[in-house]
Design a protein around this ligand. Structure first.
Ligand code: SF4
Length: 63
């Protein structure tokens, strides 16, 4: 699984980094970046939860 963040869509709410800190981190511009590529199987569930919870649908996931 691979996770992607659309930087133009991210509003820096930090939700994904809170839900799934092993996959998402806020960068110096307070935009989420993916720090686990590919996403380890242990964190796939929280990555999907982050995608589903993102208020701007900035996160996409590919198997
Ligand atoms: S949940 Fe969405 S808007 Fe919020 S920080 Fe993560 S990618 Fe950005």
């Amino acid at each position: 699984m691979k996770a992607f963040v659309d930087r133009g869509a991210c509003i820096g709410c930090q939700l994904c980094a809170t839900i799934c800190p092993n996959v998402f981190e806020m960068d110096g511009e307070q935009i989420s970046v993916v720090i686990a590529d590919p996403v380890p199987s242990d964190f796939e569930e929280c990555a999907e939860e982050s995608r589903d919870s993102c208020p701007t649908e900035a996160i996409s996931i590919k198997e």
